[in-house]
Design a protein around this ligand. Structure first.
Ligand code: SAM
Length: 317
């Protein structure tokens, strides 16, 4: 099955932006336009409520929303199901004393999701190092009605974890640049590239993995941080399980007492977990999430969750 064929079978996911609209209101609006909770998505008129992610709706793959008033006014956000997992797993608290970092924020889908989960309370620092993408991020935040977000055009690695400004940060989301190999309509290119040039591909993945590990180790140095979610839209263990394993074995993890959150705290209802052979124990693999392009009605995706804990609660690599 080609990447385009797989993409054609992924439902169109629509996340209701609860900062501007309730799920009930969105369903009523879509129903008045001819969509129905009773119809199957295959008919093109179906609308379904997602079973894993709150406030996520799905429609037939070819449904378009670009001119829909709910989309143009930021009441709903077009976001693949798998890419909604990280914010839900991070589960930032919704109170005035909640301090959160989105370390790699643009274009801002996960930033606006985090802001919604925080109910616009507390403070969400959203870093983006690329100037142009930073502008996209600020536009997205404003369209989505996020009032608790402070966008910052900086390289996260240049931020001093000991800066008193970030002393109360307890949750960090890390969704750094990756190979993007899980995005299904890019799979064709990937397969071509792999067939042509395995060595360059390996080198590129290792370079990305080195950067991703550096980002996690940096996040672990924020003194107040309790929970770090690391995610990618890659299908390669080099950027996923291996980066997590190396992070757990790092001095930063040992000093900070970071372990993997147990399976029961990481979307336990989601069946596809990390690859056991790529981790040091099956239990550790079970606390990781994978989405397989084509098989899970999503793009390929990976999510892990580190937490600062006593040795008894979390999992070793
Ligand atoms: N989380 C975003 C979302 O859901 O919309 C997507 C993030 S994208 C995969 C990664 C982003 O991180 C890119 O915009 C990239 O420019 C930015 N980035 C990469 N390295 C960074 C760094 N060291 N500091 C800040 N931003 C970085």
């Amino acid at each position: 099955q080609s990447g385009h064929e797989q993409a054609a079978r992924i439902p169109r996911y629509v996340r209701v932006n609860t900062l501007k609209c309730s799920t009930e209101e969105a369903i009523t609006a879509f129903t008045s336009r001819g969509f129905s909770l009773e119809s199957s998505l295959d008919t093109g008129k179906g609308l379904a409520i997602d079973e894993h992610i709150p406030n996520l709706l799905s429609f037939a793959p070819q449904t378009t929303f670009h001119d829909d008033p709910y989309y143009t006014t930021g009441k709903v956000i077009l976001q693949d199901k798998a890419s909604c997992f990280p914010a839900v797993v991070l589960a930032p608290p919704a109170n005035d004393d909640s301090f959160v970092i989105d370390a790699t924020a643009a274009p801002g889908n996960k930033t606006s999701h985090l802001s919604a989960l925080m109910q616009n309370k507390g403070k969400l620092y959203a870093f983006e190092r690329d100037k142009k993408r930073f502008l996209t991020l600020t536009a997205m935040i404003s369209k989505a009605g996020c009032k608790n977000v402070e966008p910052i055009n900086l390289d996260f690695l240049s931020v001093n974890p000991l800066d008193t400004k970030y002393a109360k940060v307890s949750h960090i989301l890390l969704d750094p640049s990756c190979s993007g190999s899980g995005i299904v309509n890019r799979l064709d290119h990937l397969l071509g590239a792999e067939a042509e040039n395995d060595i360059d591909q390996e080198k590129r993945l290792h370079k990305l993995a080195t950067f991703q590990l550096m980002m996690i180790k940096h996040a672990m140095q924020f003194p107040g941080v309790q929970k770090i979610v690391y995610s990618t839209c890659s299908i390669h263990a080099t950027e996923n399980e291996h980066v997590v394993r190396d992070s757990l074995n790092s001095d930063e993890a040992k000093r900070g007492r970071f372990l993997l959150a147990p399976e029961g705290e990481v979307l336990p209802k989601w069946r596809r977990r990390g690859i056991p052979d790529e981790m040091d124990s099956p239990t550790a693999a079970a606390s990781l999430i994978r989405c397989s392009p084509g098989e899970d009605a999503t793009n390929g995706f990976f999510v892990s969750c580190f937490m600062r804990t006593s040795q008894k609660r979390g999992l070793s690599p």
